[in-house]
Design a protein around this ligand. Structure first.
Ligand SMILES: C[S@@+](CC[C@H](N)C(=O)[O-])C[C@H]1O[C@@H](n2cnc3c(N)ncnc32)[C@H](O)[C@@H]1O
Length: 275
């Protein structure tokens, strides 16, 4: 008599070669809420991040409410091709892409964060493209909206305050990056929109007007739109918390040896040429 062969069913019935993975209930719920513009607790969103970027989220990445508001303002201003300059883990990009059902671009120099942001967008099925090129050589003419969450501040932080030691921080790097953005802003076509959170960090040409401003999540969010074609090069605006200060005013304070800016070589270089 033939011996009976006890085969496990899985051995004889292989699973289909490309069976889609089971959808994750949290990812589905987060995605549905963001598409419907509903509030999402930051702790829930951040639970999709690996430990290190999750722990630093409150300091380094936009809160969900901030990203939702910034994205809504950019849409209201007519922006359809938005770039987040310094996109980190892609929190703004992912939220904006789901809120608008559009492709949103990010620019990030830390390879680890580029990988995290691509993974995050993939998990929430958001249309996000992360660029990894130097700012100076980036062609920004294809974008009509920008988001900046004070991306260059790390240049000026103490080493212990920085996200990690992978950032090539230096005062010269700060001035180089804010000058690059200033060049973009001067060259931008009329109607180009920009949202800054906690300040852009650099000089904003007078051709740009603040159209909305709100304290959200402890810092100022501002919508700027380029409204005049002719450039007045005699002055520029600098965001200092709730204040908008003119570069000429700041230069005057330095010349007058005002104690609040005295001896600050960086501020002096930022306003050099304005008098
Ligand atoms: C404060 S985080 C903001 C992240 C993101 N925009 C958000 O709102 O969640 C600033 C990010 O800008 C990146 N960054 C700073 N300078 C950059 C540069 N020149 N090119 C690309 N990324 C830069 C940093 O690595 C960091 O991830």
């Amino acid at each position: 008599m033939e011996p009976k062969l006890h085969t496990h069913p899985a051995m004889v019935l292989p699973s289909p070669p490309h069976a889609p993975p089971e959808p994750d209930p949290l990812e589905q719920e987060l995605r549905a809420s963001l598409v419907a513009h509903r509030p999402v607790p930051d702790a829930d969103f951040d639970s999709l991040l690996p430990a290190r970027p999750r722990i630093r989220s409150a300091s380094f990445w936009s809160a969900v409410e901030v990203a939702q508001t910034a994205s809504r303002w950019l849409t209201t201003a007519g922006a359809t091709r938005v770039l987040d300059v310094g996109s980190g883990v892609g929190k703004f990009c992912t939220i904006a892409a789901l809120s608008t059902a559009r492709l949103v671009w990010g620019l990030e120099l830390r390879a680890e964060l580029v990988a995290v942001s691509r993974q995050l967008a993939h998990r929430l099925r958001a249309q996000v493209e992360i660029l990894e090129e130097p700012m100076e050589s980036l062609d920004v003419s294809r974008f009509d909206g920008f988001y900046f969450f004070n991306p260059f501040a790390e240049h000026l932080m103490e080493p212990v305050e920085r996200y990690d030691d992978q950032f090539p921080a230096s005062p010269d790097g700060f001035l180089r990056d804010v000058s690059t953005v200033e060049r973009w802003l001067r060259a931008a076509p009329l109607g180009t929109a920009m949202v800054t959170y906690n300040g852009l960090g650099g000089r904003i040409p007078l051709s740009w007007k603040v159209e909305k401003s709100r304290l959200v999540g402890g810092d100022y969010l501002r919508l700027w739109v380029k409204r005049t074609a002719s450039e007045d090069l005699s002055d520029a605006l600098i965001e200092l918390n709730e204040h908008l200060v003119s570069a000429r005013q700041l230069a005057g304070l330095i010349r007058g040896k005002d104690p609040r800016v005295r001896g600050n070589p960086l501020v002096a270089r930022l306003v050099a040429g304005f008098s």
